[in-house]
Design a protein around this ligand. Structure first.
Ligand code: M6R
Length: 617
C-alpha cells in the first residue's frame, strides 16, 4: 500500500505534493512525509499521523520552496507507524532520498551486507535499506567512480526482490528524478515543462490530462525536462503511449457532504446509471460489453468459472455465483484471490477467471490473475479504476464507471459490481438458454434500480434513528440466504470496518449449526428477508432468533406488513427481482454502518488500521 507523489518542474513542488498526498491518503494514513530539494540539500519533513499534521508541522518549520520533491503517505508494513519509519528515507551520506510503496522481500540480507560496510540505520524499514544500497552502488559504481543516479537505481533494483514503486532523487543531480516499479503502480503526468508522478492519477488530474503508465519492470528517468523509459534490464522503451485522463476534478471532491462515504452512498442512483449506460440492448434482451466481445467464442464455450476478489469484491462475487448459475447454467466457484494463487487448481479446458476489484491494484487479486494466466485460463476483470494494474493485465475487461471511490469503505463500487455480475450473467445466458423475453424482463428491472435506490435514500433519516438505537451494541449478526448471503457478509464488513463493532456475516441457515449459541439480548441480528423464494425460510430464522431473546432488524420488501410485529425494527426496500435485491439491501446497510460510525465519532472515511488499496500480499 502507501501512496507516493513526485514533482519536478518550474513551479514550487510543495503545494502539488501536499495536495497529492491528500488525494492518496486512502492508500494509507499512519504517517506522511515530504522531501524537497532546496539549494543543493534535501529538507525532509515527516510525521506520524495524517497528512494534515505533516502540513502543519512542515509549515511551522520552514519556508517550503524548491521545484523538486517527493512525498509519501504510509500504511505500515515494516516497522510501527512513527516519525522515524515515515518516508522519505535519506541514505547515510544524505545524497539519496527515496519514497517507496511496496515491500523489499530480501531487505534483511542486503541490510546485513550494508551494516558490514559501516552503514547505519535510523528506521526499521526495508526502504531505508534500498536508499543506502543505491548510495553504495552510486559511490562505488564503475571502477570506484560515481555513476549517474538512474544507473545506480537500476543496478540496485537488479539486486532486490519484492514489489515496489519508488521515486528517487540525488542531491548531486538536481534536474533528475528516477521512478521505477514492479508490482505497485506508478503513473507519470506530463505537464508543460513539468512532471507529476503518483501512485494513481488522482493527484495528477488537476495539473495535466496526459499520462504515461509505467509497466512492471520499467523505470522512468526524468532528466533536464525530458522523460525517457527503459526496463530494469536496460532496454529502452521508445513508444511512450500517452493516455488521456477523463476524470473530472469535481468527482474527487466531497460535494457538500460531510464525508466521502456519505457522498458515495448518495452517488449510487447515478453510479448505477453510469454502470448500465450504453450497455443495455433491450430489443435483443441482452447487454453489450465492448471490452469482452472479441472473446465471445471463448465465453460461449466456458464450462467453469472462478470468481476471485478480496473483501467487498469477493462478497459481490457471491452474488455473481448465483446469477451465473441461474441465468447461464455455468458452475462457479468464488475464491479469495490470496488463496487461488497458492492452490493446485484443476481447471480443465474452457475454464475462466473473473477478477473483481474496485482499485484494480489489490495485490492478492493481481497475483491470482498472474497465476490464472500461467494456467492458460481466460481472464476477465471487473474493475473501477481505469488504467489500473488489473485492468491492464487481464485478457478482457469491464469497467464499473462509477467514478473515483475515495472513502475506504466501498459503497458505490459494491452496488455496481453486483449489477455488473447480473448483467454479465445475462450476456453469458443469452449465449446459452436464456430467452430474449427473460433477458428483457431482468433488464427492465435493472433500469428501475436507480429510482429504487433514490427512494431508499429518501428515508436515510430512519436509518439514522436506528443507528442511535443500535450503536451501543458490541456484536451484530448479518444474515441472509441465497443471493443475500453474500450481501449479509458485506453488511457485516461495512459495520465492522466503519464502526468498529464486531459483526458476523453469515448464511442464515448456518446459524442453527453453531453461531446461534451467541444470540442473547445483547447480540442483535439484521436479517435480509425480502419476499422472495427464501422468504418463508427467513421467517423461521427470525423466529429462531426471537425465541432466544435476540433483537432483530428485518430488511424486507415494501408493503410486507407481516414482520412488523415480529421484528424489533423493519427497514423496507422496493420490490424487485430476487437476484437484484442485494443491490438494494446494500444501501440501508451502508447507511447504518455510516451513521453508527458518525455517532461513535469515528474517522468514517479513513477507519483505523485500514487502507483503501491493499497492494501488499
Ligand atoms: O480495490 P479492491 O476492490 O480490490 O479492494 C478489495 C478490498 O480491499 C475492499 O473491498 C475492502 O474490503 C473494502 N474496504 C471494503 O469496504
Amino acid at each position: 500500500m502507501c501512496g507516493i507523489v513526485g514533482y519536478i518542474g518550474k513551479n514550487t513542488a510543495w503545494p502539488v505534493l501536499i495536495k497529492g498526498l491528500e488525494r492518496l491518503e486512502y492508500r494509507g494514513y499512519d504517517s506522511a512525509g515530504i522531501a524537497l530539494l532546496e539549494g543543493g540539500t534535501f529538507s525532509v519533513y515527516k510525521k506520524k499521523g495524517r497528512v494534515a499534521e505533516l502540513s502543519k508541522f512542515a509549515k511551522s518549520h520552514n519556508e517550503l520552496s524548491g521545484g523538486v520533491g517527493i512525498a509519501h503517505t504510509r500504511w505500515a508494513t515494516h516497522g510501527v507507524p512513527s516519525d522515524a519509519n515515515a518516508h522519505p528515507h535519506l541514505s547515510n551520506g544524505g545524497d539519496i532520498v527515496i519514497v517507496h510503496n511496496g515491500i523489499i522481500e530480501n531487505y534483511l540480507s542486503i541490510k546485513k551486507v550494508l551494516i558490514g560496510k559501516g552503514y547505519k540505520f535510523k528506521s526499521d524499514t526495508d526502504t531505508e535499506v534500498l536508499a543506502n544500497l543505491i548510495e553504495d552502488i552510486k559511490k562505488n559504481g564503475s571502477a570506484g567512480r560515481q555513476i549517474p543516479i538512474d544507473e545506480a537505481v537500476r543496478l540496485a533494483l537488479a539486486e532486490v526482490t519484492g514489489a515496489y514503486a519508488i521515486l528517487v532523487l540525488s542531491k548531486d543531480e538536481p534536474g533528475t528524478m528516477v521512478v521505477a516499479k514492479v508490482g505497485s503502480p506508478a503513473v507519470i503526468g506530463i505537464g508543460n515543462g513539468e512532471f507529476f508522478i503518483a501512485s494513481d492519477a488522482t493527484p495528477i488530474v488537476e495539473h495535466t490530462k496526459k499520462v504515461v503508465y509505467l509497466e512492471d519492470g520499467e523505470m522512468a528517468v526524468i532528466k533536464d525536462g525530458k522523460l525517457s523509459l527503459k526496463t530494469i534490464k536496460n532496454k529502452v522503451r521508445k513508444n511512450l503511449y500517452v493516455h488521456t485522463l477523463k476524470t473530472k476534478i469535481e468527482e474527487l471532491e466531497k460535494g457538500g457532504f460531510p464525508h466521502f462515504m456519505l457522498k458515495e452512498i448518495f452517488d449510487q442512483p447515478e453510479s448505477l446509471r453510469n454502470t448500465m449506460r450504453g450497455r443495455i440492448v433491450m430489443d435483443k434482451g441482452n447487454v453489450k460489453f465492448g471490452g469482452v466481445e472479441k472473446f465471445n467464442k471463448e465465453f460461449k464455450n466456458l464450462e467453469h468459472l472462478t470468481i476471485i476478489g478480496m473483501g467487498t469484491a469477493r462478497f459481490s462475487g457471491l452474488i455473481g455465483e448465483y446469477a451465473f448459475e441461474e441465468l447461464a447454467g455455468i458452475p462457479v466457484k468464488v475464491e479469495y484471490g490470496s488463496e487461488f494463487t497458492y492452490r493446485s487448481v484443476a481447471n480443465g479446458r474452457h475454464a475462466g477467471l473473473i477478477a473483481i476489484s474496485q482499485s484494480g491494484e489489490t495485490a492478492d487479486t493481481l497475483n491470482a490473475i498472474k497465476k490464472a494466466k500461467e494456467e492458460k485460463l481466460l481472464t476477465l476483470g471487473i474493475v473501477n479504476v481505469i488504467g489500473s494494474s488489473i485492468a491492464r493485465v487481464v485478457d478482457a475487461g469491464i469497467y464499473n464507471h462509477v467514478g473515483p471511490e475515495t472513502a475506504v469503505a466501498s459503497t458505490k463500487a459494491t452496488t455496481s459490481q453486483a449489477l455488473l455480475f447480473v448483467m454479465l450473467a445475462i450476456y453469458l445466458g443469452r449465449m446459452r438458454d436464456l430467452s430474449k423475453s427473460d433477458g428483457q424482463k431482468i433488464l427492465k428491472e435493472i433500469q428501475k434500480l436507480p429510482e429504487y435506490v433514490e427512494s431508499i435514500l429518501k428515508h436515510a433519516n430512519l436509518i439514522k434513528k436506528l443507528a442511535k438505537k443500535y450503536k451501543k451494541y458490541k456484536n451484530f449478526f448479518f444474515l441472509g440466504r441465497k443471493y443475500n448471503a453474500g450481501a449479509a457478509m458485506e453488511g457485516a464488513l461495512k459495520l465492522k470496518e466503519c464502526s468498529y463493532i464486531h459483526a458476523e456475516g453469515c448464511n442464515a441457515a448456518e446459524l442453527k449449526h453453531g453461531p446461534i449459541s451467541l444470540i442473547d439480548k445483547d447480540f442483535p441480528s439484521l436479517v435480509i428477508a425480502p419476499t422472495d423464494s427464501m422468504y418463508e425460510k427467513n421467517k423461521s430464522h427470525i423466529q429462531e432468533i426471537k425465541a432466544r431473546g435476540g433483537k432483530v432488524i428485518v430488511l424486507t420488501t415494501e408493503g410486507n406488513k407481516e414482520l412488523k410485529n415480529v421484528a424489533d425494527d423493519v427497514i423496507y426496500i422496493p420490490k424487485t427481482l430476487e437476484m437484484l435485491t442485494p443491490i438494494l439491501a446494500f444501501v440501508p446497510m451502508q447507511l447504518l454502518a455510516y451513521y453508527i460510525a458518525v455517532e461513535k465519532g469515528n474517522d468514517v472515511d479513513k477507519p483505523r488500521n485500514l487502507a483503501k488499496s491493499v497492494t501488499v500480499e
